[in-house]
Design a protein around this ligand. Structure first.
Ligand code: PLP
Length: 319
């Protein structure tokens, strides 16, 4: 029975949801598990340059895996033929690799696209594709999956409220104060079963102004690119950007990441786990160590981008 009256819940305006027609699940890694299970894949090819949480479903399902390298444009170096029970996973790195995905989709049937860094990139028809919302918006979890097949098993609904406090604490205090909660809540996402997206996350995702966030991201991205394009070793195709996750600045300058962090410009490392694999190329080592994912999201304006550029100019005097 519907509850009527009593105290109020958190209020979120209803706008729209970008991936409203997708299968809504709890995490990106569980979208991958869903894809692997529903297709009964026995082996997956995946890039060396990948986040370690992607291995959770591969381990859970005891699926074989084999790595492939990427080149200096982050394109896959892969020309194997896939058999029916083998899949190829590729990541739309930083949200700037759409063209590669279109080419791969023409070449391979059993393609899995990890769009956790490309929330705005539309799925290609008949290509299993998944997204993770928390890389783009202030939500504790939540993921979208496009797949033609439906898993038969019943899936219960997730609850997110106990993983929510880093978001509220960051608002009331600061990122520094809330960071340990963020770490705690991120680790609570590990080894969770596949669940349907929580009500809380769904309501939050229905309250976002997606069009405005997209414009902000693109404006900031292009502004940074205009300044960094000659120094950036990554050849970024600016003609086709679609609200990328970050501005990926590939630049070999020791200490630059830490300099940014010291200036409270939080530049993550994607992904330290890759360095543990002794078979990676020197290029992949450089990509992990030297690609600086600079924030360009909807929280920031041109003035903030100018601050980033000004800070970079200051640090650069020391190199
Ligand atoms: C490339 C990549 N794929 C998949 C995932 C998994 O997404 P989620 O954290 O929603 O499970 C992540 C991040 O955690 C990621 O960086």
């Amino acid at each position: 029975m519907k509850e009527i009256g009593g105290f109020f819940e958190l209020e979120c305006p209803f706008r729209s949801e970008l991936h409203s027609s997708a299968i809504k699940l709890n995490t990106g890694r569980n979208c991958l598990e869903y894809i692997l299970r529903v297709n009964n894949y026995k082996k997956i090819y995946l890039p060396y340059y990948i986040c370690d949480v992607v291995f959770e479903p591969i381990r859970n399902l005891c699926i074989q895996h084999e790595f492939y390298h990427v080149d200096e444009s982050l394109d896959p170096i892969f020309n194997k033929k896939l058999s029916g029970d083998e899949a190829l996973l590729y990541v739309d790195y930083f949200g700037v690799k759409r063209k590669v995905i279109e080419l791969l989709s023409e070449r391979y049937d059993n393609l899995i696209i990890d769009n956790t860094q490309a929330f705005y990139s539309n799925p290609i028809q008949n290509v299993d594709t998944f997204y993770s919302a928390r890389k783009f918006f202030g939500v504790p979890d939540g993921a979208y999956l496009y797949s033609n097949k439906v898993l038969d098993d019943p899936i219960s609904q997730d609850c997110s409220y106990e993983r929510f406090d880093h978001l509220t604490k960051r608002l009331d205090c600061s990122a520094k104060d809330a960071y340990s909660l963020f770490r705690k809540n991120s680790s609570l996402l590990k080894n969770q079963p596949i669940r349907r997206m929580s009500n809380l996350t769904e309501k939050l995702l229905q309250s976002i102004d997606y069009a405005s966030a997209k414009l902000d991201r693109e404006r900031n991205f292009l502004y940074l690119h205009d300044f960094f394009k000659t120094e950036n070793k990554l050849d970024v195709d600016c003609a086709n950007i679609n609200a990328p996750m970050v501005y990926p600045l590939f630049i070999k300058k020791d200490g630059l990441r830490q300099d940014f962090i010291n200036h409270k410009i939080f530049v993550a490392t994607y992904w330290p786990n890759v360095l543990d694999n002794t078979n990676i190329s020197s290029l992949e080592k450089d990509i992990v160590s030297c690609v600086l994912p600079i924030p360009i999201d909807q929280r920031y304006c041109t003035e903030d981008m100018n601050f980033i550029i000004k800070s970079y100019k200051e640090f650069s005097c020391g190199y």
